[in-house]
Write a protein that binds this ligand. Sequence first.
Ligand code: ATP
Ligand code: MG
Length: 440
Amino acid sequence: MKKKINARMVLVAVLGILATMALLTAVFYGVFRRQTMADLRIYALLLQEESQEELMLTGSNMREEKVRITMLDAQGGVLYDNQTDSADMENHSLRPEIRSAMEDGEGQAIRRSATLDKSTFYYAVRLSDGRLLRVATEAESIYSILGSIMPSLVWIGAVLLLLSLLLAHRLTDSLLEPVKKLADHLDDGEEITYYEELEPFVQTIRKQHWDIVENARLRQEFTANVTHELKTPLTAISGYAELIETGMASGEDVIRFAGGIHQSAQRLLHLINDIIRLSELDSSREESMTERVNLYELAAVCVEMLEVSAQKHKVSLRMEGGSCYVQGNRLMLEELLFNLCDNAIRYNVEGGLVRVDVHREREQVILTVQDTGIGIPQEHQERIFERFYRVDKSRSKSTGGTGLGLAIVKHIVARHQAQLKLESSPGKGTAIRVVFMAAI
Ligand code: ATP
Ligand code: MG
């Protein structure tokens, strides 16, 4: 970019210099021409006062000065010329300066000589007796003037070019300075003055930059959490196995320890499944979201599947609503329903109730999973959708939770362009609402 700006500036400077020089030469030549003609006119006016004898004397004096004096009769016949023998000269009545002088009293003309580098300036006046007096002089033409000043022009041009190169370089630097500064200080939030035209660009870059930083932080946190979560059950498994291995456990203990190993292994599997699911949701953008799914039917199947678990927790399940269609991915929606219902059962109380409702409201399909369970304290409500976040670590662990369920739910909701709403009060229960656009 710097090179480009620089090159353009130099180009503009060069064009400017050339144009200025050409224009100046033209203007200069115009002035020169006018001045020469004005001088000739004064000559002519002075000479017209002289008598024939005086004129011839002046004429012979002027011969060396390259001023040509010609006297003509009223018809354009040459009477006298100080440069050539008048007898050899043809009638001049057709020459433009003579014609004008015959008609209007004075006339002028410029004719280029055959050699090109000279022009002859003519000025003619009509005398009171009808005769015509013409004065002429040779002067350099515009081309020869141009030729003679060319070396100076080239020098001046070169100096100007050098100057403009230097200036362009400086200017480019100062133009790009804010941009460079911005690039260096993009992440430290320092206030830098830059061009307001760059504002949208900077905003986008800043946002992307922060997103990248935030993503990296989340990833790192996630990895740390996963490692930590894997460690607990593995430590337990290793401990139990060691006790059995060393023969320190008696017959009955072996069965208990094997149970412990089994539970920890189950927990590991559950955890790994959740992690795989999350990373799948994170990466795969191709999964089809175009299925037309009856959400009510899907919820009913899920409720039926969780009946055993509900009985184990002494919780009753109730299904409400009617057939409603949404567009999306069946497997994902199944998972969403399972996670919400599973939570509603596990974080419930004995004799509690779980109500699953799917109904349509105008253009929206609303899924509600409501329980009469332990509820979620206000200060945790914002965070339970984060990965690995659990309100009560010990209770969740004893029920086998990994803290990934709602993170998956949040992901699936986002992929379906739906909205997630949470209402909960401790001791009373929780209601999670997902609002979908109804499928056509
Ligand atoms: P997983 O779902 O992976 O087995 P989990 O249930 O602990 O583990 P999430 O489903 O993400 O994880 O839930 C996060 C936390 O939110 C839970 O640990 C629990 O503290 C709280 N929570 C979720 N649903 C409810 C609910 N219906 N009632 C009360 N607390 C809840
Ligand atoms: Mg859960």
